[in-house]
Design a protein around this ligand. Structure first.
Ligand SMILES: NC(=O)c1ccc[n+]([C@@H]2O[C@H](COP(=O)([O-])OP(=O)(O)OC[C@H]3O[C@@H](n4cnc5c(N)ncnc54)[C@H](OP(=O)(O)O)[C@@H]3O)[C@@H](O)[C@H]2O)c1
Length: 305
């Protein structure tokens, strides 16, 4: 089995490393990461085990290679440019989005007719150009045919991922997994970045009133989209967020905060920004999501100048 991972960083290189023990892998990453991996190997620490891996990687795809599965593991902000750059390799192939947010699968669908959605709720942190620490895991990877359904190809991929030692489940409704993660990320990620605090601080009554509104607006959209969620009402999800998810990730710092301090664009347009766009199409209000999106975009502009 041949697997290609495009836009490989913290998530993509870690998945490449694990898969390299059960199949042929090539990771397309930045030159500085490839150079260091060629020199010293890729080092993984933390809960996925401590090991050094060697696998094929470079800033491009090696010529004359055919791939059974192609993962896109970049930030959502790079999905379109990666699809454009590698469109000849992607066309007609099975492509998996291993990214956060709404809209990645739709972008990929413009370049191939076989798209698999994926979610991963594991924490990967850079510790050097070829070192990643896997810090936490709140559940298995989810894989499912996009927009919905199940087939042999998804099942084969899940078997491969499982064989590599990664906890994984398949689902007939991948949009449920994608939206469940979007709710968590859009509630905590931008507000955590604006306030510069770890998630545990966000259950304060004032920040909670902002989160409540963000989640209620998101629920209006998801209900109109008819995506089934594990929670029947916004109130049920808010209780879960407050009592389970925030305590479990109390020390976690927002990835948007890290993006902003590295002067990178954030994934806001794929989280709260996407909720605003969908709300507009439905003719419903999403004022809190709009406000927080504009704040983050303002911060992006300030960092850029
Ligand atoms: N990290 C986590 O713990 C975690 C957990 C769950 C889900 N996620 C989600 O998973 C996705 C990936 O996150 P991540 O943390 O792995 O991001 P990341 O560390 O920034 O990795 C993406 C890598 O792709 C590179 N890249 C972008 N375009 C490229 C191109 N054309 N050719 C080669 N390399 C390219 C980026 O380089 P540049 O930075 O130079 O552009 C970066 O090194 C995001 O949607 C994120 O929200 C992350």
């Amino acid at each position: 089995m041949n697997v290609l991972i495009l836009g490989a960083g913290a998530v993509g290189l870690s998945i490449a490393a694990k898969l390299s023990s059960v199949c042929n892998v090539h990771a397309v990453c930045r030159e500085r990461h490839a150079e260091k991996i060629h020199l010293d190997g890729f080092k993984m620490t933390g809960i996925w085990g401590e090991s050094t891996y060697s696998f094929s990687c470079s800033a491009d795809i090696p010529e004359d290679n055919e791939f059974d599965y192609i993962f896109i593991a970049s930030k959502s902000t790079a999905t379109e440019s990666i699809c454009e750059q590698f469109k000849d390799s992607i066309k007609g192939h099975e492509v998996i989005s291993m990214q956060n947010g709404l809209g990645n699968e739709e972008i990929i669908s413009k370049y191939t007719d076989s798209v698999i959605g994926g979610t991963i709720i594991t924490g990967f942190e850079w510790k050097g150009d070829a070192t990643i620490n896997v810090s936490v895991e709140s559940g298995p990877m989810n894989l499912g045919r996009f927009p919905s359904g199940m087939d042999e190809s998804v099942i084969r991929l899940a078997e491969l991922v499982r064989e590599a030692g990664i906890s994984v489940e398949t689902t007939e409704n991948i949009k449920t997994s994608i939206w469940s993660k979007v709710l968590y990320n859009s509630a905590l990620n931008p507000l955590g970045a604006v306030m510069g605090v770890p998630y545990g601080k966000l259950s304060n009554s004032h920040s909670w009133s902002i989160i409540r509104n963000i989640v209620e607006e998101a629920f209006q959209v998801v209900e109109s989209e008819k995506v089934p969620l594990p929670w029947n009402k916004a109130e049920e999800y808010l209780e879960y967020l407050h009592d389970v998810q925030i305590p479990n990730t109390a020390n976690h710092h927002s990835s948007m905060l890290q993006d902003l301090s590295s002067r990178r664009r954030t994934e806001i347009d794929f989280l709260n920004g996407a909720i605003v766009r969908m709300a507009e199409e439905l003719g419903v209000e999403a004022a809190f999501n709009s406000f927080i999106s504009e704040q983050i975009r303002f911060m992006e502009d300030l960092q850029a100048n």
